[in-house]
Design a protein around this ligand. Sequence first.
Ligand code: PLP
Length: 397
Amino acid sequence: MTDFAQTRALFHLPEGMVYLDGNSLGPLPKAAVERVARTVRDEWGDMLITGWNKAGWMDKPMNVGNRIARLIGAEKDSVAMGDTLSIKVYQALASALEMNRPRKVVLSDSGNFPSDLYMAQGLCKTLGEGYELRVVAPEEVLDAIDDTVAVTMITEVDYRTGRKHDMAAITARAHAKGALTIWDLAHSAGALPVELAKAGADFACGCSYKYLNSGPGGPAFIYVAPRHQERARPALSGWQGHDAPFAFDLDYRPARGAERMRVGTPPILQLAALEASLDIWDQVDMAALRTRSLQLTDLFITGVEATCPSLTLATPRDHALRGSQVSFRHPEGYAIMQALISKGVIGDFRAPDIIRFGFTPLYTSDADVTKAVDILAEIMANSLWDIPEFKTRKKVT
Ligand SMILES: *Cc1c(COP(=O)(O)O)cnc(C)c1O
């Protein structure tokens, strides 16, 4: 069992703030400050270039990947860190499409994050004739998997509604129809237990700066199922994914295993921050995390529905269909969120009408939830959102 009061004390949470946006950017693990400082001072500062060997920088993408593997039910040495999630989506997609020729259809859903769809559109255009991104409603994914689909590219938890797909069922159906699967775990890794190996997933990817708290710009991860690792050709064939980077061969030869998905120099400072966060994650029981997450989201849904009748729940009530966030719809959602933020309750807004709140057991308490409900109720009852100041859209919503 994990003691969540204890894990909360390990994060820097600004005084007076109720932070319900860890699904967008996780807070600072207190130990990350010293961990990053030490990496800067003792490794970069004192070791300089020798840090690649002495401080093990070169092995960090796979070593850190192995710590994330536990959280997502992946096999050892099947997860590599680096780059951003958009790039990892592209890599997985390019490899999967090549492995499943002559099929040319990428199946995704309209609840997917736009960057995933954009990457697929860009890749289809590059590949040319016949390649196609097919987008259906989230509820229609299972039935839309037919024998024209080369690969499904699905984000397990919808970033807007928090609706969760059935990974095992979709993967099984895809395989029955001869399709490969890519799972985007941006809102799953660190949010709920994931069982990639058990589900038989082919590829997966995700980011570390949301629920995994690596800080802004933290590296993404990519998973390649062991059975595909020697067949998956990296489309972005960079030197760090070469079998022998320091042989400086003129020709590319992929590294063994998932390490071939590395591209260029890994972000060592950002990985140091992630390692400090993983020191906490290493102690977390994922089943306990899920239980606590559902308690928190239930508490919030019940509280808001009892006090804010004009807000419409966008998140499934059914636990089996829910990630670790809660969203409500309201035509003035943007202004409502600005009013909340002005009172220290931090969530975010997703166009056109969603206010979104992330629930992160490692540092969210019942008292946070109650306070957020009370403040939201006060804002709605008195229309405190209805002033011009809250209606001007900022660049990041
Ligand atoms: C957050 C998120 C991204 C962001 O991609 P970056 O390349 O890290 O900016 C992509 N896809 C999904 C599903 C996300 O939730």
